[in-house]
Structure formats: C-alpha cells, structure tokens
Design a protein around this ligand. Structure first.
Ligand code: CTP
Ligand code: CA
Length: 221
C-alpha cells in the first residue's frame, strides 16, 4: 500500500476528512445526536491514504475500526470538531467534510441529571457553528456532503454555493445513513449534476478521492 501511495494521485498532499456524528450534551448522561455510522468518512480517509495523501481523520463517536496510517483526532461536539478542523486545515490541501454535524445544541448543559419532575419538558436549542462555511483558507479544496429527504439537487446546489465548495456529494438521507451502499450525485459549480449508480461506500470513496486529486492538482498547477 505504501508503495502504491508514493506514486498515487494524492502523493504529497495533505487531506483532512471528518466523519461520524457529533454529540451535543443535554446533561451529564444525555446527548443529542444522529444516525451517522462514520462508514463513508472512514472509507474516504482510507481511500485518500491509499491514493498517497497524508490524512487526518477527525471523527465523532463511532463503532468503526480506526484506519491504519491515518492520524486520528477524536471529538464529541460540533464545537470540538470545528476547533480540530480549523487547526488541521492550516497545512492541508483538501477538506472533505463528511461528518453529520449537529445543527443545534442545548443552549445550556444541565450540571446535574435532569429529573422527571415535569409532565412536559422543552429544551432550548441554539445553532452550532457551520464548520464547512466557516473554513475559508484560500487554495483549500472544499468538499461537502448533503443528505436530504426532499428536493435533493436544489438543496445540494444551494449548499455548494453558500459554502463555496469545489464539490458537493448529495444523497438521500434515508437511503444512505447507516447503509453500506449509497446512490450519490456529484455537484460542481461548472457542470451539470452527475448521477452515480448505487455503489458500495468504499467504491464511492475512491471516486470522490479521485475527483479531489484532480482538484488539488488543478489548484497547484
Ligand atoms: N456542516 C458543517 N457544520 C455544520 C453543519 C453541516 O460543516 N454545523 C457540513 C456537513 O459536514 C456537510 C455540509 O455542511 O458537508 C452540509 O451539511 P447538511 O447537514 O446537509 O447541510 P446544512 O448546511 O447543515 O443544512 P440543513 O441541515 O438545514 O439541510
Ligand atoms: Ca445539517
């Protein structure tokens, strides 16, 4: 693998990949999270490594086995992930933001376990930082993911533009989260959306990494 990597399409490049869900604490024993398994992000980290890149994988809590020869940074919350990403992209050529970052977190974390004294309970939530939108290093290749349940291409296009991405991978949230396969669309600013067939995430990861390699090369030339 190392032999291949040295001559791979991402040889000499540094790639940051985020994966998995984030967890936003409610009290010392509870949190808000989502169904992300980390499968796609871990596959991307491995594919980028196999393409010769030096990879930093920033991961929320998952059950997955950690990849070899990849620097792994463990985080829990969106705020922790934001901090880790900001630090890692300083020297990176590409950021692949595959993590399912919580959009909201409890406005205040209860210092003690919340007791079931009330018949109904509402938790005030506040927005988390949009990590991908906030990273603005010139020259960095930015790749985003969009899992939608409706109007996939329309929402995907809007995210591509709003977050100033080089590539956006869009798929149906219900069809991809926790699954081994995914049917994705690749969106770029210049071209029409490209529909890929239903593929194992390991294969999809190789296709995405190949695109990233081309974007990194184009930026360097
Ligand atoms: N993302 C991020 N920080 C957040 C939320 C999302 O960096 N706080 C990234 C995701 O990792 C993904 C992209 O932004 O690469 C799109 O995420 P998605 O949840 O589809 O879009 P949002 O902008 O959060 O909009 P919404 O959930 O309302 O569709
Ligand atoms: Ca979101």
């Amino acid at each position: 693998r190392a032999m291949l990597g040295r001559h791979g399409p991402l040889a000499g490049a540094r790639v940051v990949v985020t994966a998995g869900p984030t967890r936003e604490p409610i009290d010392p024993i509870r949190f808000i999270s989502n169904h992300s398994s980390g499968r796609m992000g871990y596959a991307l980290a491995e594919a980028a490594r196999d393409a010769g890149a030096q990879v930093t994988l920033i991961t929320g809590p998952t059950e997955r086995q950690l990849p070899f020869e990849v620097e792994v940074v463990h985080v829990q919350t969106a705020a922790e992930m934001a901090e880790a990403v900001q630090a890692a992209v300083e020297t990176a050529d590409a950021l692949i933001m595959c993590a399912a970052v919580a959009d909201y977190r409890p406005s205040r974390v209860a210092p003690e376990k919340i007791k079931k004294t009330e018949e109904q309970l509402s938790l005030p939530l506040e927005r988390t930082i949009d990590i991908l939108a906030s990273v603005q290093r010139p020259g960095l290749v930015k790749v985003g993911f969009a899992a939608e349940t409706e109007r996939l291409l329309e929402h995907g296009r809007a995210k591509l533009e709003a977050k100033r991405l080089d590539l956006l991978v869009a798929n149906d949230a219900r069809e991809t989260m926790g699954r081994e396969e995914s049917q994705a669309y690749l969106l770029t600013a210049e071209r029409e959306p490209e529909a890929l067939p239903r593929l194992p995430k390991t294969v999809l990861a190789e296709i995405i990494v190949d695109r990233v390699a081309r974007l990194v090369r184009a930026r360097r030339a």
